[in-house]
Design a protein around this ligand. Structure first.
Ligand code: ADP
Length: 445
């Protein structure tokens, strides 16, 4: 059934040693973003449409009524508090609901309304008078499948005749049974078992196939092959929907296999930029000197809130202990916390209960805290080859138009490698990173 317990959702524990870089895996990041995101990410930017079928002019809708949904489904949408379609929904929904059905590849950053769009399409394609699976939705992990199922259950609140079932670990169907639920949401392995290996439902009767989080899917060993094997058993008339937060070659090659003749829509992303940011570096000889630098900075400028990035959990906890014992209120966000713990940390920080957030690489993107005025790189961001990681630098320091307030970034440099990374980043963005003499720090404000 759909009543799975939320408390089972916890992040895969990283087995990395304390010393290694604390990097998040994409499935965890995606799940966390889903959980902490409260409401839509609105974008001022436009949708880009590729391969528009000239025979079916794409139109967009400004209201949910214009989609002519079943009344009880519309009621469910409104009960979720959705008043108007999001940007991606405006364009995707008419196409997803069109007759004859059209295939779609849609890409937009997380939080823009993709899940709600395809869940609505899945629900409206079901014929509840026929008691067999008609819609398959594949997610890369157990937790992400549950998230999608919960959205479906909410949206179908007034459509009790529509039955959903999870195809995930722990859900068992006795051999020889036929599945009678209309919608199956699950992971590729279980879906393969039920549909392909054990014939518990007729793959030929599937009308809608959704592949969600495709970029996370291809990141997982074996998932891509399983998706392709499931896909091969579907009838050619099946409507294919493919969703991804990113749009790189690997994802698009995968998409080409799964989705013939698609309409491709992309919601362009508001780019982060370094335009409003004053960037500095401070020379230090040791971690202790880096700590002193932070204290000195605190002494001279009034800081709203600050985020300090460290490379390892060990540094993060060392620094937090030191700062706490000096009377600062600090929070720590690192890889060993469960999703619930991370949300709690971020909620407290957003509410201003702590002024300083010390974090490893677990969430360089997505901490949109408006009142953060200072970002400190306690360690410079580098990739596995110990080269400057410019993308991560931009995610840590950069702001989008929405959070366009001025900010200060300070890089603490304690080695020639760190200095090299700093100069490479400066060259990459073509923006000066000034030397800051901490004894004489009045100049930063
Ligand atoms: P994505 O799948 O792109 O990550 P979601 O569909 O999960 O995005 O939507 C992100 C958040 O916005 C969710 O909290 C969802 O409930 C909410 N949301 C989605 N569509 C709308 C809408 N039309 N109006 C208001 N909120 C919406």
């Amino acid at each position: 059934g759909l009543g799975l317990n939320k408390s089972i959702i916890s992040l895969n524990q990283t087995t990395d040693s304390e010393e290694s870089a604390d990097n998040a895996n994409p499935a965890d990041t995606s799940l966390l973003m889903k959980i902490i995101r409260q409401g839509l990410v609105e974008s001022k930017l436009d949708i880009e449409i590729q391969r528009k079928d000239p025979n079916s002019p794409l139109y967009s809708v400004k209201t949910f009524e214009a989609l002519h949904l079943k009344p009880n489904l519309l009621k469910g949408v409104y009960a979720m508090g959705f008043n108007a379609p999001s940007k991606i929904q405006e364009t995707a929904l008419p196409t997803l609901l069109a007759d004859p059905p059209q295939n779609m590849i849609a890409q937009s950053q997380s939080g823009t309304g993709k899940t709600a769009a395809f869940v609505l399409a899945m629900l409206s394609r079901v014929d509840p008078t026929k008691n067999y699976p008609q819609v398959l939705c594949l997610s890369p992990t157990y937790e992400l499948a549950i998230q999608t199922g919960e959205v479906a259950a909410k949206m179908a609140k007034f459509c009790p005749e529509i039955k959903l079932k999870y195809a995930v670990r722990g859900e068992e169907v006795p051999r020889g049974t036929k599945i009678t639920d209309h919608i199956l949401i699950g992971t590729p392995g279980k879906m393969m078992d039920w549909g392909v290996r054990f014939g518990m439902f007729d793959m030929n009767k599937i009308k809608v196939f959704v592949l969600d989080e495709a970029d996370v899917m291809i990141d997982r060993q074996g998932h891509q092959d399983q998706c392709i094997r499931i896909h091969k058993c579907l009838p050619t008339t099946c409507q294919m929907m493919f969703f991804s937060a990113t749009y790189d070659t690997a994802v698009m090659e995968f998409a080409e296999i799964i989705v013939p003749n698609p309409i491709i829509i992309r919601l362009l992303r508001e780019e982060e930029s370094l335009d409003n940011i004053k960037q500095y570096y401070v020379k230090c000889k040791s971690p202790e000197e880096k700590y002193t630098a932070i204290c000195n900075i605190y002494g001279v400028i009034t800081i709203g809130q600050a985020i300090i990035f460290c490379h390892t959990r060990k540094t993060a906890s060392w620094l937090s202990e030191k700062m706490s014992s000096d009377g600062h209120s600090v929070a720590v966000l690192s890889g060993e916390l469960t999703v619930e713990q991370r949300i709690a940390v971020l909620d407290r920080f957003r509410a201003g209960l702590e002024k300083v957030l010390i974090t490893t690489n677990v969430l360089s993107r997505g901490i949109d805290v408006e009142q953060v005025t200072l970002v400190v790189n306690f360690d410079m961001p580098m990739d596995l080859d110990r080269k400057a990681d410019c993308e991560t630098y931009l995610h840590r320091i950069g702001r989008t138009g929405r959070f366009g307030k001025a900010g200060i970034a300070i890089n603490l440099i304690d080695s020639s490698l760190a200095m090299q990374i700093c100069s490479d980043i400066e060259a990459h963005f073509g923006k000066k990173i000034q030397l800051l003499d901490i004894e004489d720090a009045e100049e930063i404000e």
